[in-house]
Design a protein around this ligand. Structure first.
Ligand code: GLC
Length: 530
């Protein structure tokens, strides 16, 4: 087995959506000082690496993913001083901090774009992607914006510009060496300040086909799906030209010692793994694998996704699974409360670095948002299709005081309706809560090298059971997960005997079994084998 693993291999990522975590000044929107005030909670929970969604100055058309200055803090979230205090306080507690860096685009209010669009001969014109209208009129090609409509916007300066997301998020031209230098300087700004790395937003989009060829239609597209899925994203992303660029980015980050790059890459598994780079030419440390979010929640299907993910990994590559994030329906909403516990155990016991989305440790469901309170531009552009992300971004409920202890003011999005009972304080004092299960899982993972660093070995299983071993040296742990609400059992050849270390119901610790392991409905266990 490999020697000691890096902090980012052993640790657990916890994703914070700053607007919704904790508000320190009563404006109804979370902020950096609010996050700093909750670090002891995160330490108690046991997570290691905090990923902060964007807090840079922004007109907030996409709530911070439209950046107008990469090297400052938006006043709504605080000041650079607040950031420095948060980072110092996190480091004092041995918590690492990752920033969300947005390389694909800026805000249309970024000074670079204001200058670029001022005239066709602007010094910064080529920092973005401009094209003339083709002879017959209309946009330069058929590419679609992720948030609906064409990916091209006609500009009064007499050309179209490309925007993979909102028209208020023009795409940067990474082919331009000045853009590369400027963006690398922005990364250095934060690395010099001491951040531990970046989560790179929409990473597969940053290089496009040089000829901007039309994307072909997707024969599997069903009307009513996400509009941009009507075309296969062949030419607007995941281009081979990206890899030399990522190798340079990695060298930059490696120049600072042991820092981390996480990549947001919505790609099939066989293409996702290309982003690790190769031996001697590393790229992204942890390309995020989102496939368990979309895999149907059945033991067989989940096993196939894990096995395919493991099999595709290059040598030495380390997996990075997420079961939720700020763009996708909430875990507990997708699976129901019973299976949310099984999912917690899966996430904490899989090989690789898990990513936990704030609020999932409380089993937060999607929180409905009435039409007049919709904030997300995706919902506004494609109303009523269930694409809006507001429901997965509702404020963290801390206790049963006014506004769930999140803010002294009216929260920017509605609270989860049952916040008086579903909140951190209530879950902390209930020994059987989901929150306490997460905490126990994280403690166990930290204690057991087999879990945080060991190998993964699937075990064939019938029914709706998912079984695997995690092993380190002579220590062998069995993870057994029942995906059904009905009880069942597992028996294996050789009459195995063992002892349960943890059940998702938190009530079987120390129980011994021989030959057959019984599982209740919706139960998962971690056991040591004799
Ligand atoms: C990523 C982010 C998403 C954002 C988009 C545009 O997919 O996760 O929240 O809207 O990029 O920046």
């Amino acid at each position: 087995m490999k020697k000691t693993r890096h902090w980012w291999e052993r640790g657990i990522v916890y994703q914070i959506y700053p607007r919704s975590f904790m508000d320190s000044n009563g404006d109804g929107i979370g902020d950096l000082a609010g996050i700093a005030s909750m670090l002891d909670y995160l330490k108690w929970l046991g997570v290691d690496i905090l990923w902060l969604c964007p807090f840079y100055p922004s007109p907030m058309a996409d709530f911070g993913y439209d950046v107008s200055d990469f090297t400052d803090v938006d006043p709504v979230f605080g000041t650079l001083g607040d950031f420095d205090r948060l980072l110092a306080e996190a480091h004092r507690r041995d918590l690492r901090v990752l920033l969300d860096f947005v390389p694909n685009h800026t805000s249309d209010r970024h000074p670079w774009f204001i200058e670029a669009r001022a005239s066709r001969s602007s010094r910064r014109r080529d920092w973005y992607i401009w094209r003339d209208s083709p002879a017959g009129g209309g946009p330069p090609n058929n590419w679609l914006s992720t948030f609906g409509g064409s990916a091209w916007e006609w500009d009064r300066s007499g050309q179209f510009y490309l925007h993979t997301y909102l028209k208020k998020q023009p795409d940067l031209n990474w082919l331009n060496p000045e853009v590369r230098q400027a963006m690398f300087a922005n990364m250095r700004f934060w690395l010099d300040r001491g951040v531990d790395g970046f989560r790179l937003d929409a990473l597969w989009h940053i290089m496009k086909d040089g000829e901007l060829r039309d994307n072909p239609p997707d024969p599997d597209y069903r009307p009513g799906g996400k509009p941009y899925r009507a075309l296969q994203a062949l030419y607007c992303g995941d281009r081979p030209e990206i890899h030399p660029l990522l190798r340079r980015m990695r060298r930059l980050v490696d120049g600072y010692g042991d820092r981390l790059l996480v990549g947001e890459l919505y790609l099939p598994i066989d293409r996702l793994v290309n982003y690790y780079g190769s031996v001697g030419q590393p790229e992204i440390h942890l390309p995020t694998n989102f496939h368990l979010i979309t895999t149907p929640w059945r033991a067989r299907a989940v096993a196939v996704t894990i096995d395919r993910s493991e099999a595709a990994l290059p040598p030495e590559a380390w997996p990075h699974f997420a079961l939720g994030n700020h763009d996708r329906p909430r875990l507990a909403g997708r699976l129901g409360e019973g299976q949310a516990r099984v999912a917690a155990m899966l996430l904490a016991t899989l090989r690789g670095t898990p990513s936990l989305y704030y609020g999932d440790e409380l089993g937060m469901p999607d929180v409905p948002v009435p039409p007049e309170e919709v904030k997300d531009p995706w919902e506004k552009n494609c109303p009523g299709r269930g694409l809006g992300r507001d429901p997965v971004r509702s404020p963290m409920p801390w206790d049963d005081s006014e506004n769930a202890g999140f803010s002294a003011g009216r929260p920017w999005l509605p609270l989860v309706p049952d916040w008086r009972s579903r909140n951190v304080a209530a879950h902390q004092s209930d020994p059987g809560s989901l929150l306490n299960l997460y905490r126990r899982l994280i403690v166990l993972r930290r204690q057991e090298p087999a879990l945080h660093s060991g190998t993964y070995r699937p075990i064939p299983a019938g029914g709706d059971f998912l079984l695997f071993f995690r092993e380190a040296g002579r220590r062998r742990l069995l993870v057994a997960l029942n995906f059904r609400s009905g009880a069942g059992g597992w028996r294996s050849r050789g009459d195995p005997a063992g002892r349960i270390l943890l059940s998702t119901f938190l009530d079987r610790e120390g129980e011994r079994f021989r030959g057959r392991l019984e599982l209740r409905g919706n139960e998962g266990v971690v056991a040591e084998l004799e």
